[in-house]
Write a protein that binds this ligand. Structure first.
Ligand code: CP
Length: 306
């Protein structure tokens, strides 16, 4: 089966799509960690990284993957663009379309923007995070990191902790992990847990200590203060006290593995010790982010593994 034309969300990918991406990710990971040059298989292709929200990991890793594969890569930031002169988003998109990029990587605060762009451009769209909807490449790199560490994800117990309501990372992880038959749960105060989340086939913990004891992995989400998450909490100190993953709480399950998509709020959802402990896969996630993006462009270009 062919890979889809666009990457809008993990909800739209099949298990076969995920397996194909991860097979190629393994190939690219080996090349990247051994600092071997990659074949410039996309040297005739162009891409624009259209970032309307800030980013460190996603934008940098996209740009690096694009350059490694030989693409003509252009970066766009909302700051410094003609949006400040009142140009509309649709007009901005139409102008980008007129430049005939082969790929558009887009990050925006509006859920659904990546899908909207598929209707207004002829480029292939990759969603790099659309509001509170999905962050599919983050989901892919998180899941690949777990596959590297655990092999099969079948029946692996993965708990996503924190601000689930505001999190595009949570949704992409839930959709992807469920397709690979992991047991997925979420943990946080009720104000952070969407109503009816159980409808996605996940369990809910409100006690972080119980969640740590019963899971193999904690994927710890950032408390998104920029999306007004602070208004749902008495204080960030209270959140740290009741839900922070800390050195002391790691003792409840010394084998547990820790993921965090970044950027971290140290001493809010995680402490520094946990982030650099032997339990942490956080910087492995970042390395895998480059390999996943190489694999993704390769598959979107070829459509299937040759
Ligand atoms: N995980 C993630 O999306 O990080 P950035 O915002 O730095 O890209």
């Amino acid at each position: 089966m062919n890979f889809p034309d666009h990457l809008i969300g993990l909800r739209y990918l099949t298990k076969q799509d995920l397996d194909n991406i991860f097979k190629l990710t393994e190939f690219y990971k080996q090349k990247i960690v051994s600092r071997k040059p990659l074949e410039r298989i996309l040297s005739t292709k162009s891409v624009i990284n259209l970032f309307f929200e800030d980013s460190t990991r996603t934008r940098t890793s996209f740009e690096l993957a694009e350059k490694k594969l030989g693409m003509d890569s252009v970066n766009f930031s909302a700051t410094g663009s003609s949006l400040s002169k009142g140009e509309s988003l649709l007009d901005t998109i139409k102008n980008i379309e007129a430049m005939k990029f082969d790929y558009i990587v887009v990050r925006h605060s509006v859920p659904g923007i990546a899908n909207y762009m598929t209707q207004h451009t002829t480029s292939r769209i990759i969603n790099a995070g659309d509001g509170t909807n999905e962050h599919p490449t983050q989901g892919l790199l998180d899941i690949y990191t777990l596959k590297e560490n655990f092999g099969s994800l079948k029946n692996l117990n993965v708990c996503i902790v924190g601000n689930i309501s505001h999190s595009r990372v949570a949704l992409s992880n839930i959709f992807g992990l469920k397709k690979l038959e992991a047991n997925v749960s979420v943990c946080g105060p009720f104000s952070f847990i969407p109503k009816n989340i159980e409808g996605l086939g996940v369990n809910v913990y409100t006690d972080i200590n119980e969640a740590i004891k019963k899971n193999d992995v904690m994927n710890i989400l950032r408390v998104q203060l920029e999306r007004n998450a602070g208004s749902l909490l008495p204080s960030v100190n209270e959140f740290n006290k009741y839900y922070g993953v800390t050195k002391d709480r790691l003792k409840l399950n010394p084998k547990i593995k820790i993921l965090h998509p970044g950027p971290m709020n140290i001493n809010v959802e995680i402490d520094y010790h946990t982030s650099v402990s032997d339990n942490s896969l956080i910087f492995e996630q970042v390395t895998n982010g480059v390999a996943v993006k190489c694999a993704l462009f390769h598959l979107m270009n070829d459509k299937k593994i040759s």
